[in-house]
Ligand binder design. Structure first.
Ligand SMILES: Cc1cc2nc3c(=O)[nH]c(=O)nc-3n(C[C@H](O)[C@H](O)[C@H](O)COP(=O)(O)OP(=O)(O)OC[C@H]3O[C@@H](n4cnc5c(N)ncnc54)[C@H](O)[C@@H]3O)c2cc1C
Length: 387
């Protein structure tokens, strides 16, 4: 079966098979974390990656390791995100040890700033519901009033009425994370194949073959982690990945003398001192253009939050496409028709890198997803459509 691609070469029976324990399709943060996780489980994995023409959220994101706003109405997502934040220090230490990479992980807690009383009330209600839904798992948060917040975050603007705070939040350098995952994977014997878009696939239970970059790869396991590319790939393996693009824009300032002691949902300071601001949530399809009106709004809220940001020059701005499921939650699935074929998609691939490398990959290596991940299967969308 072929992915819809005119001119794709035919699936060549005479082509030499390159055999592995696992094929991972997609070398972004999700695929790289899983490939590294499989390799550290002792599997020989190959990581097939399309190349620079692909949409790549992993190279355009904000870098938050963020828990506090995840999972309202879906406490299983809150638990998974918390588990990932908990796994992150181990992942960062391991990657540093194996590759020498300093990913810049800091998890000092984080705040979501509210501009005006209405935003504060709405946030307080949301956080209370999150805590109620968490049940025995607990959910530690505080609503912080303006006076206390000003002591925590010097330079706060008068428009800020308060914030929600949780101890779980943090941030990291997402490009260094991606680089370190790739390096650790290759250093442990993994095979990374760039410019290798999967164009065709053959599936039988625990017996998969794909054509990519003019080569044929075979393995008893395959993990589809191709971001937006999963929508076309999943049906080849009896799976479904109804993901869509959602654009986000990010602004970056010159380095600042001021210090932001902890990340804010839409503002974080890099290790080098720049301020990153963003990000928007725009339903515009596969459109990577930047919009001045959106950039202006991002900057406006940032300057209302911290007026001193208004003195800084912007040095860079970009947009990138998130990988969004219809309900915004991750999709993790194993094919019922072709056991051994898995999908992995999410819109928080930085935050979930710890879980993907240290929790999800061992499940895939063992051949079955934990029942705790049942709510993340794509079957949930069929149920909704039928009801
Ligand atoms: C503006 C913005 C801000 C964000 N901020 C944060 C944040 O603060 N914290 C956070 O946790 N997350 C954030 N995210 C989300 C995060 O970036 C994504 O969840 C993550 O990058 C998704 O990774 P991925 O590997 O699934 O997809 P991608 O990065 O899109 O990678 C997919 C890969 O698959 C490859 N591919 C596609 N099709 C094929 C094929 N047929 N064959 C072979 N390879 C293929 C591509 O080459 C690509 O390398 C943000 C995203 C955006 C856009």
């Amino acid at each position: 079966m072929a992915v819809d691609q005119p001119g794709a070469p035919p699936f060549h029976a005479a082509m030499r098979d390159e055999s592995f324990d696992a094929i991972v399709v997609g070398g972004g943060l999700v695929g790289a974390a899983i490939a590294w996780g499989l390799q550290r489980q002792g599997l020989a994995a190959v990581l097939l990656d399309e190349g620079d023409v692909a949409f790549r959220a992993s190279r355009g994101n904000f870098g938050l390791v963020w828990v506090q706003s995840k999972g309202l109405g879906a406490p299983w997502y809150q638990r998974w995100t918390r588990a990932s934040a908990g796994a992150w220090p181990g992942l960062a230490a391991e990657l540093a040890e194996r590759t020498g990479a300093e990913i810049g992980l800091a998890q000092p807690g984080g705040v979501h700033l509210c501009l005006g009383e209405a935003e504060f009330e709405e946030r307080a209600s949301r956080m209370a519901r999150m805590q109620a839904e968490a049940g025995n798992a607990g959910f530690d948060y505080r609503m912080i009033g303006a006076a206390e917040l000003r002591e925590m975050l010097p330079g706060l603007g008068p428009a800020v009425t308060g914030a929600s705070w949780t101890p779980y939040d943090g941030h990291a350098n997402p490009l260094r994370l991606l680089h370190a995952l790739h390096r650790a994977f290759v250093a442990a014997g993994g095979a990374y194949v760039p410019e290798a878009k999967v164009t065709e696939g053959e599936a039988a239970p625990h017996d998969f073959a794909v054509l990519a970059g003019g080569r044929r790869f075979v393995a008893p396991r395959i993990v589809l982690a191709a971001g937006l590319g999963n929508a076309a790939l999943a049906p080849l393996f009896g799976l479904s990945a109804p993901v869509r693009p959602q654009r986000g824009q990010v602004l970056v300032t010159e380095r600042a003398a001021e210090l932001l002691p902890m990340p804010v949902t839409t503002i974080r300071q890099t290790q080098e001192g720049s301020l990153m601001m963003g990000d928007s949530m725009e339903e515009v399809g596969f459109d990577l253009r930047q919009k001045p009106e959106v950039m202006r709004e991002i900057a406006r809220r940032a300057v209302l939050s911290f007026p001193w940001i208004g003195r800084l020059n912007l040095v860079r701005a970009w947009s990138a496409l998130r990988v969004m499921a219809p309900d915004g939650l991750p999709i993790y699935d194993q094919s019922a028709r072709y056991p051994g074929a898995f999908t992995a998609n999410c819109h928080s691939g930085v935050t979930l890198a710890g879980a993907h490398a240290h929790l999800l990959a061992p499940m895939i290596a063992a051949g079955a997803l934990d029942p705790a991940l049942d709510p993340f299967t794509a079957g949930r969308f069929d149920v909704r459509a039928a009801s």
